[in-house]
Design a protein around this ligand. Sequence first.
Ligand SMILES: Nc1ncnc2c1ncn2[C@@H]1O[C@H](COP(=O)(O)OP(=O)(O)OP(=O)(O)O)[C@@H](O)[C@H]1O
Ligand SMILES: [Mg+2]
Length: 389
Amino acid sequence: MNQSSSVVVFVSGGKWCKGIYQGGGFGFAIGLVYNRAFYLCTHKALTKRSQGNVVIVFDQVQKSYQVGGRAIPALHPTSMTIDTGEVFGIVGHSGAGKSTLVRLINLLEPPTGGRILIDDENITGYNASELRAFRRKVGMIFQHFNLLSSKTVADNIAFPMKLAGIYSRTEIRDRVDELLKRVSLVDQANKYPSQLSGGQKQRVGIARALACRPTILLCDEATSALDPQTTQSVLKLLADINRELGLTIVLITHEMDVVRRVCDRVAVMDAGEVVEMGAVSDVFLHPKHPTTRDFVFESESIDHEEMQQDLQHAKGRILRLTFRGESTYTPLLGSVARESGVDFSILSGRIDHIKDTPYGQLTLSLVGGNLDTAMQAFEAADVHVEVLR
Ligand SMILES: Nc1ncnc2c1ncn2[C@@H]1O[C@H](COP(=O)(O)OP(=O)(O)OP(=O)(O)O)[C@@H](O)[C@H]1O
Ligand SMILES: [Mg+2]
């Protein structure tokens, strides 16, 4: 039982803990820790929002840019769908084609091939007035905010409504007041962008993007210019907007941590291609493509080489266990150790959340006893088991 204090570090740190913890009774301790940490969020834990209808369809969409008379591909033929009301993340290194993909959704860039359907309509066939009406359905926010420096906060928010030419003065004034409240900037309404912090500027950007009541919000590196705390608050605002307004959000980032906090699904891009796509929990906990692995390891501050070296010193078989859902509430290791006679050492562990859902990952070395019995017991308890060695 003396291992329980070691394990508590996982909870207080919320990050990977590394080191070798020997013993037979720690299973019980881990169970207690999971019980305690996950109990705190039980009512939220398993309330995964069911996905609605498809709102965005990419059907073999491709994009090349003309450079020096040559067509340089930025997006290879890509087919994918985004559901109504989901937060869809796009992650990739610089130059992977993220902005290109997102700018195709509101036709800031026309595709060079394929079809884009929004709400079942092929937007690539729109004429100029259809395109103007369509663009009101799609708001966009940017890394560097793109505010008009000569206009006040209130006038920046009102700007797209005035430009649309279809709203009365009263409608515009009421909408601006409503949005100032939503983004908590009522006191800043008459300031100019130069008088605001980065987080406040991005809140203006969000309010402006929402002005014409869009159904889709595109975010191109919306938090990349912000410090971690401000990033948190902007992400929370986006999550609130998604939940309360049912807005579909497509969010570009180069940080897997941003994806983990707010997204439902994610596409990983590399060199103009979507190389991996799926539910964030699947992609984050079981990354397949090397680019995805790099992003996940980076977000967890894992030095892959160092980890491999540590594993070489461990004895026996090495397993990585992933706990999700009900399995996280079971004090499993102790009972499996007793049933199978296997001794465990904990090599590393992490406990955290993917959106509102808690998860835990443990890397263990197993010695003696009946390994098959242990593996079967983990799998029966719905724990995902990977054999690392
Ligand atoms: N207007 C353009 N003309 C020519 N090439 C372009 C243009 N815009 C983008 N590209 C090229 O297309 C590729 C993809 O660019 P894109 O801006 O989509 O990448 P990104 O993933 O958003 O990168 P970053 O993370 O740096 O913003 C890059 O090689 C880029 O140089
Ligand atoms: Mg970009």
